[in-house]
Design a protein around this ligand. Structure first.
Ligand SMILES: C[S@@+](CC[C@H](N)C(=O)[O-])C[C@H]1O[C@@H](n2cnc3c(N)ncnc32)[C@H](O)[C@@H]1O
Length: 240
């Protein structure tokens, strides 16, 4: 079932979105409750004590902008992994947009970003957030709804493919952040990650960057370089 809170103020939802959301809700037996608030839709958790999730694009970009006034980009592992250096800013295809955490970070580095997302709920949140975004950097963001495998058939002309699939982490000791719990509950695991990885590698991008939990195994063969942070690792595969 789908519930819309503040439905009198909310814009009508496109037929195709409604039918995809309904299909997901019925197939997975998950009730979806969206609230229209501050100009965009937010997804409520099934637990009343948890905050709704939504993507605050302008706020996030402004926050990054402030941060990078004082901190060098070269301290950012993601920037180094995708190859940001001096004035060079790679063009990136983010194959796993999710809640745009990494996509917005890449944008704030000055990269032009294309991003794909296949999950109907997350796609809906992204499209709603994009309608509500006015920050100048958002002009360099191009959303491609649908599966990454489809986008890889005719990829945009980019330097880097970036891939951050959902994983089952056997080593994870702590429980995920609340926001991640709702997200995980809805999205589940990306069981075809190996396939996407292989297809992406076959296209020989300058770099293929895979985000992994620090202690987990690589998706496939050994990467050319690893950038290791406190909890995250970026496996980088060079093609040239
Ligand atoms: C771990 S999350 C990505 C988080 C994102 N990097 C961020 O910082 O917010 C993985 C997301 O990629 C999406 N995804 C996974 N495989 C995909 C594929 N083959 N095509 C499109 N989207 C995919 C999932 O639906 C999920 O929303």
């Amino acid at each position: 079932m789908i519930t819309i809170i503040n439905s009198e103020e909310a814009p009508p939802i496109k037929e195709e979105d409604l039918s995809a959301l309904n299909k997901f809700s019925i197939e997975k037996g998950i009730n979806l409750s969206f609230e229209w608030k501050e100009g965009q839709f937010w997804l409520h958790s099934d637990r009343t004590e948890e905050r709704a999730i939504g993507i605050e694009i302008d706020r996030e970009l402004a926050r990054h902008e402030e941060f990078f006034k004082k901190s060098s980009l070269q301290k950012e592992l993601l920037a180094r992994a995708v190859g940001v250096k001096g004035p060079y800013r790679p063009k990136v295809l983010d194959l796993t947009a999710g809640l745009l955490g990494d996509g917005l970070l890449l944008l704030s580095f000055g990269c032009e970003v294309w991003a794909t997302e296949r999950h109907p709920v997350i796609r809906f949140l992204i499209e709603s957030a994009l309608q509500n975004a006015h920050h100048p950097r958002i002009k360099s963001f191009h959303f491609i709804p649908g599966d990454a495998l489809k986008a890889l058939k005719e990829p945009p002309d980019v330097d880097v493919f970036y891939f951050d699939p959902m994983f089952e982490d056997a080593n994870q000791k702590s429980s995920p952040k609340k926001e991640m719990r709702i997200f995980r509950n809805v999205v589940g695991s990306d069981l075809d990650a190996q396939l996407v990885f292989k297809e992406a590698l076959l296209l020989k991008p300058k770099r293929l960057v895979i985000k992994r939990p620090r202690h987990s195994i690589s998706l496939s063969e050994k990467p050319s370089v690893e950038y290791i942070g406190k909890s995250t690792r970026y496996d980088v595969y060079f093609s040239v």
